[in-house]
Design a protein around this ligand. Structure first.
Ligand code: DUC
Ligand code: ZN
Ligand code: ZN
Length: 399
């Protein structure tokens, strides 16, 4: 059979292990995995590794971030960066703007993305209110039409839900079969620490980290898991930054609960000291949860190597630095509370994990594929069409 495209000569990472084989592609799908294949377009990949295209299941693109604040990426630049970084699919979040319903927000995001994307894109939802229309109509309808994952926040005024509200959202997830993703940080404690820091004149970017210490995340992680246990649903804890929160997840799993977990490059490469680089430079590293100390890195690595973390995502959330609509927002230099939260990462996620994980011998190529693609597809309903180099799947391949 003559294929449209054949990739030949690569070491191919499949769910059955690594094989030296050709990949034959017809109309964008993997038609054949075998040797001596014939194709109209022959891609010489000898000396290269063929991996399932990266799926970054945690990115923020064109997300409303407060009055006058604008994200640095639109769908063209964000997905171009993703493709340059070896990704073939990204999953951004749909956040309703003030006065917008969840269904309107989804329509608005789809319009923003239409005709602009260089990778495949599929959306998670953010649930920030639990009014009867959202929980009784919009969410069930959206889940039925395929939007089967949504994030809830335990922090950020205006975004955070109470425990009661989180239980109500989880009940909908249970009834209609969806995955709840949780941003686990305790808002009351953060507000207390932030107000106290500001009164003491501790207002520079580094105090973003000191006012969101590890117990803030550990406690919220424990509580989110307890709420999921009460509601009887699986959950995903996103962007886990430290060993204590990771241990909460491990304890819950040991009790038989279904808890999935995600970590990100910043938690194995940055520390809180990066927020203290002098002047306003530290604002570049302001993200939540904040980077910790290098003592946490081996704990996160242990979780990556041993499978506590199913997902290695970027949490790509870029803001321009020297820009009043970005990190240099009005009031950002007088208090860290006004610095938009987030750092870029969609272009560097695979390179960082390959360099720090595979090249150091910590991870096998199969683990790398699981952490960067396969598990994302499995968890968010895209497997086996995406996430693996197998016959019948989309030809989403990174060399
Ligand atoms: N949470 C995220 O997931 N991304 C950016 C900021 C935040 O708080
Ligand atoms: Zn978050
Ligand atoms: Zn995020």
């Amino acid at each position: 059979m003559r294929h449209d495209t054949v990739i030949w000569g690569a070491r191919v990472v499949t769910p059955m292990g690594e094989v030296k084989t050709d990949i034959g592609i017809v109309q964008g799908r993997i038609e054949t995995i075998g040797t001596a294949l014939d194709g109209a377009d022959m891609i010489d990949a000898s000396g290269l590794i063929a991996l399932p295209g990266g799926i970054d299941s945690h990115v923020h693109i064109s997300q409303p971030s407060g009055p006058g604040i604008e994200m640095a990426d639109d769908f063209t630049s964000g997905t171009r960066a993703a493709a340059c970084g070896g990704n073939t699919t990204v999953l951004p979040f749909c956040l309703p703007e003030e006065g917008q319903t969840l269904r309107e927000a989804v329509a608005a995001y789809r319009a923003k993305a239409a005709g602009k994307c260089l990778t495949d894109v599929s959306f998670h939802l953010i649930v920030k209110s639990t009014d009867p229309v959202t929980l009784g109509q919009d969410l069930p309808a959206l889940i039925r039409s395929g939007y089967t994952s949504f994030k809830v926040f335990m922090t950020y005024e205006g975004l955070r839900l109470t425990d009661r509200q989180i239980l109500e959202v989880m009940a909908v997830a249970r009834e209609y079969g969806a995955m709840v993703m949780v941003h686990a940080e305790k808002e009351d404690a953060i507000e207390f620490l932030r107000d106290r820091a500001e009164r003491a004149g501790e207002t520079g970017p580094c105090h973003h980290a000191s006012t969101r210490p590890i117990p803030v995340e550990r406690e919220a992680t424990h509580r989110a898991i307890s709420l999921a246990e009460i509601a009887g649903v699986p959950l995903t804890i996103v962007h886990v930054s430290n060993g204590a929160a990771k241990e909460e997840i491990e304890r819950a799993r040991a009790r038989g609960l279904t808890v999935y977990a995600e970590t990100c490059p910043q938690y194995i490469t940055l520390t809180a000291q990066d927020l203290d680089r002098g002047g306003f430079e530290g604002a570049k590293y302001v993200c939540s949860p904040p980077p910790r100390t290098s003592e946490e890195w081996p704990k996160i690595w242990a979780g990556i190597e041993q499978g506590t973390f199913d997902l290695f995502s970027s949490d790509h959330c870029p803001f321009r630095f020297a820009d009043l609509a970005g990190k240099d927002a009005p009031g950002a230099r007088t208090s860290f509370r006004n610095i938009p939260n987030g750092i870029p990462g969609v272009e560097t996620r695979l390179a960082i994990l390959f360099s720090e994980g595979v090249m150091t011998g910590r991870l096998t190529l199969e683990q790398f594929a699981d952490l960067t693609a396969t598990n994302h597809a499995r968890l968010y309903g895209q497997y086996p069409r995406k996430g693996a180099i197998i016959v019948g799947a989309d030809a989403d391949i990174t060399l």
